[in-house]
Design a protein around this ligand. Structure first.
Ligand code: C2O
Ligand code: CU
Ligand code: CU
Length: 521
């Protein structure tokens, strides 16, 4: 603050009474603006707190589970010249979530969310995406290892009415991946309106294990989102806008409010996806029963991790297998994940599992699931540091005109990611599945020991990641890394990386039709 001129002349020696009057004037000139600032900050604090409370789901134990869980249909496909071809049409629709009225929503091939794509490792797939929206959109294959030009980030906008034909060969272990729009600065808006779906990769190793895998029978997608509604039924997008973005007071699972799932087998596999734009969950069963965590973002863990809860930040996935007894009911809920992030948040209900009176037997979960390569940083080509703070990474905001990182194909790097804020962020890297080497210098907990593409960054902590750039060199089209709190991402908490051949010069191109001018300042 610049002091008013009076403060300067007050140092001169005028007559004592005048001096006192001057001093009073100086004090007033300094304290009144200060008081106004304090009042404004206080008011903003109350506004934030009030909104946080409004955006809190009802406490655990109060939901009546009245609707059967919607299970997204499997996406149809055909094989053309050896290529498995899917079609996806983002479109407008309306959905019945609340009694106040229909909610205008977006979905792929339907009103809300999208079908589940399934492909086998080794298959070449193509997805013909026809944009049925009145706005541009993109489709990003989150967790997929593929060429940057097929990645569906801000470099691949699809104009209304246009069709985009990404094609790539599935070359990664069986995993629960997902897809969603990634339009420059408009990701949150389109994802929150309903554009998201799952993409399951299968492979021989996973298929050989005695695990539940019959889709919609003993293997279910569980896409967890939080939304708020206006009284007319429309989504209340701006409510609860806090540091971390939008928090909703209503939990949707696969687009169903307060769902129950009828279970007919002794064990059921749940593919949990935090599809929310900002909310962190800590999913657990209300009776505290343990379950087996078998896979994380990039696929199977080496062995199941016996756990009673699984924290998930936006974009993260976890596959769990839970045992049920005939006739019982148990609620899957979220424990209060982080009081610092979600003020006033307590445990809240997500969905109820209802076991049939007699259950089909399921085999026991195998004690060994996969062989993962050792997470060894000995031959890392380079080390980089990413400090996540406010809405920027290393004090820089997303710039389509700048390649923040240029990596060499066929190498691994150590990325040290530090959350510079007391509140959580997350970190997601396109194209690759990384390993966590350490959290604040200590080995990661078993649940974080497998392949990951997104991790929650707890406040003020440091995570060392081993990131591998296996193939697909392209000096022109970048991949993204970013905070997956979608509001942060849209605000510019994102960077771009190129993967090039050894010695190749980066030659970053700009996305078609890009009108962003932020790189100019
Ligand atoms: Cu699911 Cu770049 O994100
Ligand atoms: Cu992604
Ligand atoms: Cu963030």
């Amino acid at each position: 603050m610049t002091l008013p001129p009076a403060a300067v002349s007050a140092a001169a020696p005028p007559a004592p009474p005048r001096r006192r009057r001057r001093r009073r004037l100086v004090i007033a000139l300094v304290t009144i603006p200060l008081a106004v600032i304090v009042l404004l900050v206080g008011a903003a604090g109350i506004w934030f707190a009030t909104n946080a409370v409004r955006a809190t789901p009802p406490p655990a134990g109060t939901l009546d589970f009245s609707a059967p869980l919607a299970v997204p249909p499997l996406a149809p496909s055909r094989v053309e010249h050896g290529v498995r071809v899917f079609e996806l049409t983002p479109q407008e629709g309306s959905s019945s979530f609340v009694t106040g009225g229909e909610t205008p929503t977006l979905g792929y091939d339907g009103a809300y969310l999208g079908p589940t794509l399934v492909a086998q490792r080794g298959e070449t797939v193509r997805v013909d995406v026809t944009n049925g929206l009145s706005d541009p959109t993109t489709v990003h294959w989150h967790g997929m290892h593929l060429p940057a030009a097929m990645d569906g980030g801000p470099y691949s906008p699809i104009a209304p009415g246009a069709t985009w034909h990404p094609e790539w060969t599935i070359d990664q272990p069986a995993a629960t991946l997902w897809y969603h729009p990634h339009l420059h600065e408009r990701t949150r808006e389109q994802v929150d309106a309903g554009l998201a779906g799952m993409f399951l990769v299968r492979d021989e190793e996973e298929s050989a294990l005695p695990l539940p895998r019959e889709y919609g029978v003993d293997d279910f997608p569980v896409i967890v989102q939080d939304r708020s509604f206006h009284s007319d039924g429309s989504f209340a997008g701006g409510l609860g806008m806090q540091f971390d973005g939008v928090l909703g007071d209503t939990i949707l699972v696969n687009g169903t409010v307060a769902p129950y799932l009828e279970v007919g087998t002794e064990r059921v596999r749940l593919r949990l996806l935090n599809g929310s734009s900002a909310r962190m969950y800590d999913l657990a069963f209300a009776d505290g029963r343990p379950f087996d965590l078998i896979a994380t973002d990039g696929g199977l863990l080496e062995e199941p991790v016996r756990a009673t809860d699984i924290p998930l930040s936006p974009g993260e996935r976890a596959e769990i297998v839970v045992a049920m007894s005939p006739g019982e009911r148990v609620v899957l809920r979220s424990e209060a994940p982080d009081p610092a992030l979600h003020a006033g948040s307590a445990a809240f209900d997500v969905m109820e599992l209802r076991a049939a009176a007699s259950l089909t037997p399921s085999p026991e979960v195998p004690t060994r699931l996969a062989n993962l390569p050792a997470a060894d940083d000995a031959d890392a080509a380079t080390e980089r540091t990413f400090v996540m703070s406010g809405h920027s990474i290393n004090d820089r905001e997303m710039d389509l005109g700048r390649a923040d990182v240029v990596a060499t194909v066929g190498t691994s790097e150590v990325w040290t990611v530090r959350n510079g804020n007391p509140l959580p962020h997350s970190f997601h890297v396109h194209d690759t599945q990384f390993r966590i080497l350490s959290v604040d210098g200590a080995p990661p907990p078993p649940r974080l020991a497998g392949f990951k593409d997104t991790i929650a960054l707890e406040g003020e902590r440091e995570y060392r990641l081993l990131v591998r750039f296996e193939d697909y060199a392209d000096p022109t089209t970048p991949y993204m890394y970013h905070c997956h709190l979608l509001w942060h991402e849209d605000q510019g908490m994102m960077g771009q990386f190129l993967v090039v051949e050894p010695g190749q010069r980066p030659d970053l191109k700009r996305p078609e039709g890009d009108t962003d001018d932020r790189h100019d300042h």
